[in-house]
Design a protein around this ligand. Structure first.
Ligand SMILES: NC(=O)c1ccc[n+]([C@@H]2O[C@H](COP(=O)([O-])OP(=O)(O)OC[C@H]3O[C@@H](n4cnc5c(N)ncnc54)[C@H](OP(=O)(O)O)[C@@H]3O)[C@@H](O)[C@H]2O)c1
Length: 402
């Protein structure tokens, strides 16, 4: 518990922690009380110094709640959009304090209190404005933070290829691995020409029992600083219609390979006292997913493995992140045998992963996916979530596999 509180408060100055806790208090205690418990006749809100009372005040409270909830989350995760909005909101309070005391407070000292409190909030707004670099993603420091070489599995396509591009853009040399060697070679020369980094191509099948060990042996002379466990595949369809050999290969690729790679590359990171491990999970891992049952179970495995590891390695200089994409524009859907449906660009997933690395143990890509993963699957009973998921996914599965 003490370690959890320490990790919650780490990485921010004390005054930002105070603002985070205050925002959480407002979002979870004060504003819900204001909204649901306070009689309408007593309700009063001030925006930019203008007073709202009764139902007009009540109507502004959901916005109030959303602002404090966003503030608590934004400080907790140090999201980039906190600049300039945190500062703008506190500036609004400064104006409100001044105008309110000058216009509405009738006692003689009202103007003095208005100036003093307005100045205090204006000062806080200025400090938040100055704090912009704290909210910026630290990803441009990746090479300095972790070291020279990144190993990206599944780099011949999709999210893995974009991970390699982004890491090379940060100046990291890249080991590119997958089965299709010609695609890896094309990407390697692109990275060398565009970013001037060194590359190494290792063609390996990670669904083979010996694949992960063969890969580690092929990079034994390199100091792997960033490991991206990205290679993975889905397999859509009713379980009883699925091929058992392909299921075995998927479990080996999605679960065993990341475990073996992490286990073999971690000791050298521990010795150097720095490193990063990214596991590409999926929002499919947050719930039972009928017609994708084994795949969703492999991604639940990845999520729990990565989150547990991030706690074990906390304070050791090694950052662990599970990035959880939703449907993404890659070869995934056609490989899995799905009918193609709405997808977000792979570059968005990679950007969020690099922004979140070192700041949180897991991150869901996309606000709609976030709501699915954090609200729907937590508030509804899991069997109900599974039935809903089956109805959503069924039209995406070819008739003969349903
Ligand atoms: N796209 C999505 O909608 C989505 C959503 C959530 C999570 N994800 C996760 O994102 C990760 C990357 O998938 P993606 O969307 O980028 O799909 P993708 O475009 O199909 O890429 C998969 C990558 O994994 C490699 N791979 C597949 N089987 C392999 C094997 N047996 N051995 C070695 N490498 C293998 C592929 O290369 P070769 O074929 O050349 O071997 C390819 O580079 C996966 O872990 C997936 O579960 C994807």
């Amino acid at each position: 518990m003490r370690d959890w509180i320490r990790s919650l408060l780490a990485g921010r100055p004390w005054w930002m922690n105070a603002l985070m806790l205050f925002s959480a208090y407002m979002a979870f205690v004060y504003v819900p009380w204001d909204l649901f418990m306070k009689p309408v006749a007593h309700d009063e809100e001030v925006w930019f110094g203008i007073r709202f009372t009764g139902w007009a005040a009540k109507a502004t409270e959901p916005l109030h709640w959303a602002i404090y909830a966003a503030g608590a989350y934004g400080f907790h995760r140090m999201r980039p959009w906190m600049w300039p909005w945190a500062s703008v909101y506190v500036g609004q309070i400064a104006v409100a304090m001044l105008v309110w005391n000058l216009v509405y407070v009738e006692s003689g000292s009202g103007w003095a209190f208005g100036i003093l409190s307005g100045a205090a909030f204006a000062g806080l707004a200025a400090v938040l404005w100055q704090a912009r670099p704290r909210f910026q993603p630290a990803s441009h420091l990746l090479r300095e933070r972790y070291g020279e070489w990144a190993l990206v599995t599944g780099a011949s396509a999709g999210i893995g290829a974009d991970f390699a591009r982004a890491l090379a853009g940060e100046g990291l040399s890249c080991v590119l691995t997958a089965r299709r060697e010609e695609k890896l070679r094309a990407l390697a020369s692109e990275l060398e020409q565009t970013h001037g980094v060194a590359t190494r191509v290792v063609a390996v099948d990670l669904a083979e029992a010996s694949g992960a060990d063969a890969l580690v042996d092929a990079v034994a002379d390199l100091e792997i600083a960033v490991l991206v466990n990205n290679a993975g595949a889905g397999y859509a369809g009713r379980f009883e219609r699925q091929d058992s050999e392909r299921l075995r290969a998927m479990v080996q690729l999605n679960c065993t390979a990341p475990v073996v790679l992490t286990s073999r590359l971690l000791p050298a990171m521990r010795e150097r006292g720095r490193g990063a491990i990214v596991v590409v999970g999926s929002i499919a891992g947050r719930q039972p997913l009928p017609l994708h049952g084994v795949y969703s179970a492999t991604k639940a495995f990845d999520l729990l493995f990565g989150e547990a590891l991030s706690v074990e390695l906390s304070g050791q200089g090694i950052d662990v992140l599970v990035i959880e994409p939703g449907p993404t524009a890659t070869e995934f859907q056609s490989v899995a045998g799905e009918i193609e449906h709405r997808r977000e660009p792979a570059a968005n997933v990679v950007r969020l992963a690099l922004e979140s690395l070192g700041r949180q143990p897991s991150a869901v890509s996309g606000w709609f996916n976030w709501l699915r993963a954090n609200v729907a699957t937590r508030l509804l009973p899991r069997p109900l979530v599974a039935w809903i998921a089956r109805d959503v996914i069924a039209p995406r599965i070819p008739e003969e596999m349903r």
